[in-house]
Design a protein around this ligand. Structure first.
Ligand code: CA
Ligand code: CA
Ligand code: CA
Length: 71
């Protein structure tokens, strides 16, 4: 049996995570939240405590965030 390739609407899937300061915990997340496989959510852990502090949304999905959700 194989799972369907398409994810349910509204389910977040992390496409990219990165550890920029080398502490072993991700501090950048790039995720798809609408199920089209393209990134639309960007999160940054600016104080490197392991929890995202800045969330940005790429409304037009051109790869560049357009809107800050929680400044
Ligand atoms: Ca998307
Ligand atoms: Ca943080
Ligand atoms: Ca954009």
């Amino acid at each position: 049996m194989s799972e369907p390739a398409e994810q349910p609407q509204g389910e977040r899937v992390d496409l990219v995570t990165a550890d920029t300061d080398g502490d072993g915990r991700p501090d950048i997340w790039v995720a798809d939240t609408d199920g089209d496989g393209k990134a639309d959510l960007f999160e940054l852990d600016t104080d490197h405590d392991g929890t995202p502090d800045l969330t940005m949304v790429d409304d037009d999905q051109d790869g560049t965030p357009d809107r800050v959700v929680n400044p």
